[in-house]
Design a protein around this ligand. Sequence first.
Ligand SMILES: [Zn+2]
Length: 321
Amino acid sequence: MSGTALRSITAALWAVTALLVGVLPAHATSELALTFDDLPITPEATESLVATLQANSVPEVYGFFNGASLGDISTPSPLLTATRAWVAAGYPLGNHTYTHTDLNRVTVDAFIQDIAANEIPLRDLSQGMHYHLFRYPLLHEGGTPEKRAAVRAYLRANGYTMAPVSLDFQDWAWTEAHLRCRRSGDTEALSRLDDLFIIHALSRLAHARHQSRHVYGREIRFVALLHATAFQAHILPRLLESLGTAFEEGVRYISTTHALQDPAYREDHGIAREEGATWLDLQELAKYGAVETGPQVPSELGRICRPGLLEQLYRELPVAN
Ligand SMILES: [Zn+2]
């Protein structure tokens, strides 16, 4: 898709968004804290994210860390160097459990053990920086009131603050498609994926602003979720550029600590369910009994850069001579 075509689609999107959002105060700037989950995935992605965040002066970005990705931290490795570089840049690490455990699949005890196991590398890597911020893998907070309360009680007793997500850009959904298209070297498809993501991210922001006004009557300080993937490392410069001009006035980046001081995050919605959801979804559900569906991940992501059945058969045919 050409830049002009994208701009006209984006303009059309804003027109629709303006209708959906209704009356927003003129020059309302959204305040946004960026957070990255699943750190570290690759050394290249981690280093690239740090460079982009620093170049754009984004303050205090937490990287929610899974120690198992790194393994033994007494053995030097490129991934270890990249993780240390994240911290050296002044960005803290948060706890995302050692092995990215899904709370729906394990007992409370096993989950707590995985949180505690992650503290060993976190303490060493953090070099005295704060790391007692916790993000649930898959945003699964416990499917029953008892399970939810037990993990929360552990976190509180151990000095943790929870880091809910109020704006999910759903970038995880681009991970596999991006890798597939890179493998097949399809540059047109890669650029299409980028365009689809930027459009999706901006409409997710519009939806979060709308939800925030619906639930709180104002714009809360958003905590945005991104992932430390190769795709995100690749798209982040363009995402920041697009967010910089979103709604004309652009967003303002704030620290995660400042975002979490918004009183909105103090009200416990009290909802226990297996499905992961954003803070705003759950607050909306608690207040109105239903969630307004936001922009959905384009179904095209599942098909792009996948050979058709006929093409697959051809590939499997023995090559003549
Ligand atoms: Zn995660």
